[in-house]
Design a protein around this ligand. Structure first.
Ligand code: ADP
Ligand code: MG
Length: 384
């Protein structure tokens, strides 16, 4: 179903998935005066706990989906691996964005890469491995490489770095011979991403290009300030992201991740059909956040190019910080961190801290990069 007239505040907006991204969507929607409904089986889900309605079923539960559709004027998703057929089912009853087709492509690395190629945007040289024949036929020039499961991978999970053909065969075996893509290991100089929003009418706006630092496959730090990324590369990243979104006829907020190679070339890595961890700084450093734009695209409200008003450094807060070196549980030094200039603490209300689990993030805003960086470094020292 398409929206002809905007869905105005006072209506109820639904989100499939109750994680932190859903929670921040709920916060944005509620501040605009919408009611919210979250579908997530976990009674303690971060978004479910702050939403007006919480449907506690699996993502593919027909009764749960019908209940959500009955409550809502429109539905979005926060969870990349939400079954695309669930979105398609909902879309027969009410407006849904992003669409099942776009989400389905983003969920499958082979389809995603084929889309990049179709859009003329360079990505890492790769091969699809779904059969033993394809494995045997792999071009040796793709090695050393990274073998990634086509579906369900995130935060570096479902991946293996492989040096040669024997290691590749062993890794595919270990991954359960599921469909995979093998990518050539590229020499990375930097990683960056672009968060964009595209409306039903094709209107396109975007946030500045973010520079990202990953640790063990998980985003650790995002920095966004002038001079952060070479201007020509940043412009190319925005053009490529625009082409990728147009090619999907995308409606909603989309994140496109890129690699900057040692020789200065830009290649696309992957897309996320939703707001993204690297865009969390937009809540505090921009005049509209990525979640505000998710609400606007869902409701068919006007999209205005967002403006970054402060330099920003965002630190992810993983569950590891809740334990000291001896492994004893502790409370991080929040009061001390909040004494630092420009500190914005966001905790997701997750019940249990576990190593590697995303518990929250901390954004430092300042007039310039130096100020944001100094405060972020001081926070790292305090959080140990
Ligand atoms: P995920 O879905 O888990 O985020 P990614 O494909 O983004 O998986 O890979 C996680 C990280 O691994 C990337 O951010 C990057 O640091 C590294 N990486 C992934 N693919 C390559 C590659 N082809 N060459 C070099 N590094 C890579
Ligand atoms: Mg990634």
């Amino acid at each position: 179903m398409t929206v002809q007239t905007p869905i105005l505040p006072g209506a109820t907006l639904g989100v499939l998935g109750g994680g932190q991204l859903g929670r921040m969507f709920v916060h944005s929607a509620q501040s605009l005066g919408y009611f919210t409904a979250v579908l997530d089986a976990d009674p303690d889900s971060p978004a479910g706990r702050v939403s007006h309605h919480h449907v506690r079923t699996a993502y593919d539960d027909a009764a749960g989906l019908a209940e959500l559709a009955g409550l809502c004027a429109a539905v979005t998703t926060e969870f990349e691996n939400v079954p695309a057929p669930s979105l398609a089912t909902l879309a027969t009853r009410l407006p849904v964005s992003p669409a099942a087709r776009a989400v389905g492509i983003a969920q499958d690395r082979a389809a995603e890469k084929a889309h990049f190629v179709a859009c003329g945007v360079p990505c890492a040289p790769y091969a699809v491995i779904e059969t033993a024949e394809q494995l045997a036929a792999v071009d040796a020039r793709l090695l050393p490489g990274i073998l990634k499961t086509s579906r369900m991978g995130y935060d570096g999970k479902g991946q293996a770095r492989v040096a040669d053909a024997a290691a590749l065969a062993a890794a595919w075996e270990r991954l359960g011979r599921v469909p995979c893509v093998l990518e050539q290991m590229l020499p990375l100089a930097a990683e960056c991403s672009v968060v964009l929003a595209r409306g039903r009418d094709g209107a396109f706006v975007h946030f500045p290009v973010q520079r990202n630092l990953h640790r063990e496959g998980i985003l650790a730090v995002t920095e966004v300030h002038a001079g952060n990324i070479d201007a020509a590369l940043a412009a190319e990243a925005v053009r490529s992201a625009h082409a990728i979104a147009d090619g999907l006829d995308y409606v909603g907020v989309l994140c496109v991740e890129f690699f900057v190679l040692a020789d200065g070339r830009l290649v696309v890595n992957e897309i996320a059909p939703r707001p993204h961890n690297s865009g969390h700084y937009t809540i505090d450093a921009c005049d509209s956040s990525q979640f505000d734009l998710q609400v606007r695209t869902l409701c068919g409200l006007p999209l205005v190019q967002p403006r970054q008003h402060s330099a920003a450094v965002m630190l992810n807060l993983l569950g590891d910080l809740w334990f000291d070196v001896a492994g004893t549980q502790r409370t991080p030094a929040w009061a001390e961190v909040l004494a630092l200039p420009g500190a914005h603490l966001h905790l997701y209300g997750k019940r249990d801290a576990k190593p590697g689990r995303k518990m929250g993030h901390l954004t430092f805003t300042a007039a310039d990069a130096r100020g944001a960086r100094d405060a972020a470094l001081a926070a790292c020292a305090l959080l140990g």
